[in-house]
Design a protein around this ligand. Sequence first.
Ligand code: PBG
Length: 332
Amino acid sequence: MKPTIAPFPAARPRRARQSPAIRGLVRENTLTADDLIWPVFVREGTNQEEPVPSMPGVMRRSVDLTVKAAKEAWDLGVPAICIFPYTDPSLKTEDCAEAWNPDNISNRAIRAIKDAVPEMAVMTDVALDPYNINGHDGYVENGEIVNDRTVEALVKMTLAQAEAGADIIGPSDMMDGRIGAMRSALEAEGHQNVMILSYAAKYASACYGPFRDAVGASGALTGDKKTYQMDPANSDEAMRLIERDLNEGADMVMIKPGLPYLDMCRRAKETFGVPTFAYQVSGEYAMIQAAALNGWIDGEKIMLESLLCFKRAGCDGILTYFAPEVAKRLNG
Ligand code: PBG
């Protein structure tokens, strides 16, 4: 469709911007608390809360305080929470066995949240990096990230999370064949209703640094993740990966990072028309907070504007560290 516009003065597009009431009437997209998934970092202990230095405003919390924070977020209208573990270095091993321990910190947090706030949707992360001595999402053999053996481990991890009560499994590992393997295992073990939100188009981005600090993987990581995460230069490839993951049984797909990749959000939504999410990642969060703390930008306005832009780009929802903040603002 070619847009046509009547010549001035018949058309004065500014008429549609003249007052809050009129602007509200013609507004095409809205951000609501329903759109938000809140990523949180969980650590050992009780009554423990420590700030993540590279993510001002973000905490690592023990399970009890994570439950309390989840309840508060739910009460503000945030429908979903995503659990990331800060794993004690002593639990990181070559075989990553802690990843599928039914009592690891993530699985305990899932159970505790489902116990206290059963209606809240709990999402997980599936990748070996928090448990791997070398910080990679997959097993490393002779300096290479091996695919199929990693997928077997990821399936065990998935089942342990489903057993603990997870509603949405979030594979962030970028191995090949993992969605199909997870889907069959979930079906076979009676978890037909567990959803998979695939990190289908996850780029090898420099925006994940603060997250790696938060989960304690920064020091551990040797090399980079370019043999499994996508090249930021590519767009068609993302479409192929999304199509593949949907065919293998993913219910929803994600583009990651967020703001610099809005073209991918739009393209994915238009091509597939499935529930599409973006992850406003740690580096994006840190950039906004750092500039706001310096008084260089209005942090609150940028927070709301950036999240609204995801909706305009076609996203159904956003993973964002701002979730409770935003929900508070949208309520008020
Ligand atoms: C782990 C994982 C990462 C993020 C989510 N899951 C880091 C990575 O791939 O190195 C990043 C999230 C963020 O930066 O906020 N596989």
